[in-house]
Design a protein around this ligand. Sequence first.
Ligand SMILES: NC(=O)C1=CN([C@@H]2O[C@H](COP(=O)(O)OP(=O)(O)OC[C@H]3O[C@@H](n4cnc5c(N)ncnc54)[C@H](OP(=O)(O)O)[C@@H]3O)[C@@H](O)[C@H]2O)C=CC1
Ligand SMILES: O=C(O)C1=N[C@H](C(=O)O)C[C@H](O)C1
Length: 274
Amino acid sequence: MKVGIIGAAGRMGRILMEATLANPDTELAAAVDVPGSSLIGVDAGELLGRQALGVALADDLEKVVRDAEVFIDFTVPEATARHIEVCRAAGTRLVIGTTGLNDEQTASLRAASEDIAICFAPNYSIGVNLCFKLLETAAAVLGDEVDIEVIEAHHRHKIDAPSGTALRMGEVVAQTLGRDLKECAVYGREGRTGERDRRTIGFETIRAGDIVGDHTVMFAAEGERVEITHKASSRMSFGRGAVRAAQWLGGHQRGLFDMQDVLGLTGDSAGWGR
Ligand SMILES: NC(=O)C1=CN([C@@H]2O[C@H](COP(=O)(O)OP(=O)(O)OC[C@H]3O[C@@H](n4cnc5c(N)ncnc54)[C@H](OP(=O)(O)O)[C@@H]3O)[C@@H](O)[C@H]2O)C=CC1
Ligand SMILES: O=C(O)C1=N[C@H](C(=O)O)C[C@H](O)C1
């Protein structure tokens, strides 16, 4: 399968190109980064410190959108919003890893999936997607008798908070408990906060050094607590998952999916794909 990478010069872009090259069933067919980048025109192989691959870094998805069967986009929300429209017009499939999309951008993604197949997930690692299922079980068993906090830590370069994964974890728990995350989320605390309301779900964010991505959901009762933790130690865990999603998307013409669909973990809890 011919795969194109958008945001190819970024932290994840480079990993995604390596993951595409390492997979015997995928071929790196295109690479795109931001217009004006000094790396435009450079061969993708050179970007990776390898021999030339014959794929020059393009400055606009529109120029190469027909060179690949599926594109993988890990960039920024404004760029992803445009890439969705370019792929929609060309009929090209899209795997999206970008986090921090606003409601309007998510709605346009949903609309585009009426014409093309899109996979949209805040985290493509197998471990985090397993954690989403474990969280459903924990929330269902522990119910309203516990205080729930989502704690995440990432590298100092991350520009959005809380992480997309933390928000999804909160959504999974809230939905299992019949709560609306928009109404019950508390983002950080400071000053005279008053006693904790048990129906809230708290979020704490750490940004430091080179942390790849840590997430913990704490269910704390009187006398005991349960913590479900995932720690990513390599971005390749996300890269391999996204390339797997790209392959899987090849079997679909249109529709909105997430990594739970790719892994066959789809249950009752709604992901972004439903
Ligand atoms: N779903 C998942 O599993 C994961 C999701 N992510 C998410 O992926 C996104 C990217 O993360 P990361 O790789 O660390 O970030 P980086 O900043 O390292 O990479 C983003 C790349 O996209 C480029 N870019 C910006 N605008 C455009 C544009 N209009 N067209 C093409 N390329 C563009 C940037 O260029 P420049 O820097 O020059 O602006 C940069 O090279 C984030 O939203 C992050 O949260 C990250 C890891 C896992
Ligand atoms: O920006 C990152 O690095 C990551 N972002 C994703 C998120 O926001 O959840 C996934 C992963 O934790 C790494």
